[in-house]
Design a binder for this molecule. Structure first.
Ligand SMILES: [Zn+2]
Length: 134
């Protein structure tokens, strides 16, 4: 008995869940969100995330210990994550300048980076204007 329909993997489920979120989520959040879809073990989530990371489809925001879908930077550009410490908003930017700097460093030193992520912590435009600074 052959079934030719495309199998939906746990990695697909995790990726879809990340796509449906408007902010980075922890592996624990993913587990909770996918429990009804048959994802019941944290190791399943981590394995799926590793797979997606290898495929370049997700990012790990190290300083938040959270995961997000990768929007830009597929062609080796360095994504820059601006993380607001007040409201938790994370914005992904792709800055060609950083990619050039890293490429230059790689050329000078011979170091071949697999991936690079830059995380900026601070206050987003909304928060810095709504809070008087003194
Ligand atoms: Zn903010």
């Amino acid at each position: 008995m052959e079934k030719r329909s495309k199998r939906i993997t746990h990695a697909d489920r995790v990726f879809r869940y990340l796509q449906s979120q408007d902010h980075p989520v922890s592996a624990y959040d993913i587990l909770e969100g996918l429990r009804d879809d048959g994802v019941t073990a944290s190791t399943t989530v981590y394995r799926a995330l590793e797979k997606l990371l290898d495929a370049g489809k997700v990012h790990r925001i190290e300083s938040l210990n959270a995961w997000t879908v990768r929007y830009g930077g597929r062609d080796g550009k360095t994504p820059v994550f601006a993380i607001c410490d007040d409201c938790g908003t994370v914005t992904e930017h792709v800055d060609v300048g950083f990619a050039d700097s890293i490429a230059g460093l790689s050329k000078r030193t011979g170091f071949a980076p697999n991936r690079s992520v830059l995380e900026l912590h601070g206050r987003c435009g909304d928060c810095s204007t709504s809070v008087p600074s003194h």
